[in-house]
Design a protein. Structure first.
Length: 203
């Protein structure tokens, strides 16, 4: 399974209240974005992944902000179907390779991308996308690294998505604008679904 080809946008979701996990996932799926990354940035993130895995089977649920092998084990136990890391150390990439599920290791420089490509890893997360150079930077990597594809994440907005997706070395983008904190707090699932639907047609 290539994570980069399942949907043009992967929602990057921060869950502060586990009760919002299932309805937000259902709203994203209804909007046409079934691949969902829940970041391990809150105490309830793993429980949220577990609930989505159990109650929203049409979603492809993954865990983000993977930083250590323990994160991998706990995410898989919760039900994560893929893993995403903000960056990549040698020990982490070895653990990711042993996980048995698809993963996007993080890279922000040409050297990092080359090191991962040497290991046969050609589908990477580019983070933090906007801060690291955005569309111009990724465009410049396409020439020397034509066999490496990216999912840029970090600071991306709906208005900048088409520019990224137009690049030959970008398969999809990740973004948090699809699940605004105020919409989740208010239970405004219609707004989330609309944002997802607008993003789903960008690819």
């Amino acid at each position: 399974m290539s994570l980069l080809d399942l949907a043009p946008v992967i929602p990057v979701v921060v869950i502060d209240d586990v009760q919002t996990a299932v309805p937000v996932a259902r709203a994203l799926v209804a909007g046409g974005l079934p691949v969902i990354e829940v970041t391990l940035r809150t105490d309830c993130a793993l429980e949220a992944i577990g609930r989505i895995a159990a109650e929203v089977p049409e979603a492809v649920i993954g865990a983000g902000t993977i930083r250590a092998s323990d994160d991998i084990a706990r995410s898989l136990e919760a039900g994560a179907k893929f893993l995403v890391s903000p960056g990549t150390t040698l020990s982490l990439v070895e653990a990711l390779e042993s996980s048995g599920v698809p993963f996007l290791p993080g890279a922000a420089t040409a050297s990092e991308a080359m090191a991962l490509a040497e290991r046969g890893l050609k589908e990477l997360k580019f983070f933090p996308a906007e801060a690291a150079g955005g569309v111009p930077y990724l465009k410049s990597l396409a020439g020397p690294l034509p066999d490496v594809r990216f999912c840029p994440t970090g600071g991306i907005r709906a208005s900048s998505v088409p520019g990224y997706l137009a690049l030959p070395n970008v398969g999809c983008v990740g973004g948090s604008w699809l699940t605004p904190a105020d919409a989740l707090a208010a239970g405004d699932w219609g707004r989330v679904e609309k944002l997802a639907a607008d993003a789903a047609v960008l690819g």
